[in-house]
Design a protein around this ligand. Structure first.
Ligand SMILES: Nc1ncnc2c1ncn2[C@@H]1O[C@H](COP(=O)(O)OP(=O)(O)OP(=O)(O)O)[C@@H](O)[C@H]1O
Length: 286
């Protein structure tokens, strides 16, 4: 069975445009007024792999939470395909299956098999009859190279397989946008490389818009269409780097001169902000 995860003939994506317009977010724990994001604007195209890098604590996750509908914004607006998600009248976006978050620490149900995990979302939403949900889940796992372990429990497969199954579980809902917050942070270099290739392979099939936060510049450039380097808090866009490396990409890309130059460009921008963040931290400590 061919799932609807496929984007026939690699057609360009027609949905999943995110507009972040003049967004501001102030947290106010006990009146402390922490400005996390200040007048930040970004236009993310449908099907773009948008990689967000910036100093620790600069406000990257705050933006993700606003898009996902986990946190409200204080000013500005966020639109999905031209339709407002949140803004002045409605500061907190509704959560919805059009925007799916893949969490850092994984969230598969340990008591369900991979196929049952993948089928769970559409099943509880009553999207398709139960048997069809399972059949689609198996088919999607198969396309992701996980067919042989579809009936295994998360504890019986490698962490790399479990992370891939999580992405399959997100994609079965046919979201417009996938939101990832450092999903591969704790992985060793080799597993990370395999995860990157698996994600790119799934992306090439689905062309879903990806908003991906990372501290790893090589990861950002290897995966991304554009890398957004954010300023130290409060968060704004400092620099946008277009990644014109041809797709499909594989590990050979990592050794090209074009790749090396892009890493250098991103590193210079991030380094400047990291120094500012460090100095600001020292001032706060003084
Ligand atoms: N619920 C909250 N209440 C108060 N302050 C918060 C809250 N969540 C985040 N912050 C503050 O807002 C700022 C931005 O946090 P955020 O988590 O968005 O940064 P980040 O760039 O994702 O960080 P990291 O790279 O370390 O994950 C930080 O100074 C953080 O302490």
């Amino acid at each position: 069975m061919q799932t609807q995860l496929n984007n026939p003939a690699g057609a360009p994506a027609s949905k999943g445009a995110i507009s972040i317009r003049n967004v501001t977010k102030v947290y106010d724990p006990d009146g402390a007024q922490v400005m996390a994001v200040d007048n930040c604007s970004m236009e993310i195209a449908p099907g773009e792999v948008c990689m967000i890098v910036g100093p620790s604590g600069c406000g990257k996750t705050t933006l993700l939470n606003a898009i996902a509908g986990f946190h409200s914004i204080t000013g500005g607006e966020i639109l999905l395909d031209g339709v407002p998600l949140c803004g002045a009248k409605k500061p907190l976006a509704d959560q919805g299956s059009d925007r799916i978050v893949v969490f850092q620490n994984g969230a598969l149900f340990p008591w369900k098999t991979l196929a049952e995990n993948v089928a769970y979302g559409p099943m509880v939403q009553g999207r398709w009859p139960k048997a069809e949900c399972i059949e689609r889940a198996r088919s999607a796992l198969n396309e992701a190279g996980l067919g042989a372990v579809a009936d295994k429990y998360p504890g019986e497969v490698s962490s790399g397989m479990a992370r891939r199954a999580e992405i399959v579980r997100a994609l079965i809902n046919e979201p417009k946008v996938l939101l990832l917050d450092e999903p591969y942070r704790a992985m060793d270099a080799l597993t990370k490389q395999i995860m990157h290739e698996a994600l790119l392979e799934m992306y090439d099939r689905t062309k879903v818009t990806i908003y991906f936060i990372t501290h790893d510049l090589e990861e950002a450039i290897f995966l991304g269409d554009r890398v957004y380097v954010m300023t130290t808090r409060p968060c704004r866009v400092k620099k946008v780097i277009d990644i014109n490396l041809p797709r499909p990409r594989d590990y050979h890309t990592l050794t090209s001169e074009a790749f090396r130059l892009l890493v250098q460009e991103a590193d210079e921008a991030v380094h400047e902000e990291a120094i500012k963040a460090f100095q600001a931290g020292e001032r706060e400590m003084a």
